[in-house]
Design a binder for this molecule. Structure first.
Ligand SMILES: [Zn+2]
Length: 294
């Protein structure tokens, strides 16, 4: 009998050991199966967290001379009497140049675009509300969707640079940094005839890369992070769009610089987000009206 019990215990332990191994294996496989883009997006931190980090505080050093920017904006808009009404402060909030300006405003931005499946849906909803946005494009998407880049531009939005492969710039050498940033600007110029004026570093990270700072200065490109993350990149599932709407409803304030992505959940949520903002009296800042604070 004792022999039987010992055998049973031994079999039990061996089975448990084998099961443990196989479940670990499954986890590993799942981890490696996550597409590069999704795992990168998970690292993109909401602004609330990000604002506490030191990286955001160095941004002010990278700002360009405002007169140069105003001139660039004038050129970009194609008019000679373009008024600069807003600036972006060091925490990436949109502030009116005139402190007595009573308007409630937000800036809409879409990252990791144009991916194609949802881009036109997003564009159509923006048109419905006559809202303009900055689309921060990645080169690897844009090169496959050049006609969409043109479409975004033709509908009056601004094309921003969000790096070619969405690499974290803090870990890149000079050559790779150049490729990440300059190649995107070259591509945008090839498609639209204009080089981007705004740069949003992937994951908001740039502080440890002196080459990136130099390139932004040479390119007269303004760094622009965000002040309100929609968390669409964390919530992700298209059927949970209502959660993204709630995220905006609960956290938006005048001057919010809202980060969204070119993904299905956001396309599902956008109509409700914009309807809410209009109902609450917000207007949408024209990106050409914005400069970075000196
Ligand atoms: Zn991104």
């Amino acid at each position: 009998m004792a022999q039987l019990i010992r055998t049973f215990i031994l079999v039990f332990f061996i089975s448990a050991l084998l099961l443990g191994c196989s479940s670990n294996q499954v986890n590993e496989d799942l981890t490696t199966a996550i597409p590069k883009e999704s795992s990168e997006k998970l690292q993109e931190k909401p602004a609330n967290t990000y604002l506490n980090e030191t990286e955001n505080t160095d941004a002010v050093d990278e700002h360009l001379d405002s007169s140069k920017v105003e001139q660039s904006n004038t050129e970009q808009s194609g008019t000679t009497n373009q008024k600069i009404k807003y600036y972006v402060n060091r925490n990436y909030f949109i502030k009116p140049v005139n402190p007595d300006d009573p308007n409630k405003v937000v800036l809409l931005t879409f990252d990791d675009t144009p991916r194609g499946e949802n881009t036109v849906r997003i564009l159509n909803i923006l048109d419905k509300y006559q809202a303009k946005a900055i689309f921060f494009i990645n080169g690897h998407y844009a090169v496959k969707n050049k006609e969409l880049v043109k479409e975004i531009y033709n509908r009056g939005h601004i094309i921003g640079n969000h790096a070619w492969w969405h690499e974290n710039l803090n870990y890149l050498n000079e050559e790779d940094t150049k490729n990440e940033i300059i190649k995107v600007s070259d591509l945008v110029e090839e498609i639209t005839g204009e080089r981007p004026k705004y740069f949003r570093p992937p994951n908001g990270a740039l502080a440890k890369n002196p080459y990136a700072k130099e390139i932004l200065a040479n390119e007269q490109m303004q760094r622009m992070n965000w002040s309100l993350g929609s968390r669409d990149w964390e919530i992700v599932k298209p059927e949970l769009a209502e959660k993204v709407v709630e995220e905006i409803k609960n956290n938006v304030i005048s001057g919010s610089n809202i980060l969204m992505h070119d993904i299905e959940i956001t396309a599902n949520a956008l109509d409700k987000i914009l309807a809410f903002l209009v109902e609450e009296g917000y207007t949408f800042v024209l990106p050409t009206e914005v400069i970075i604070e000196n």
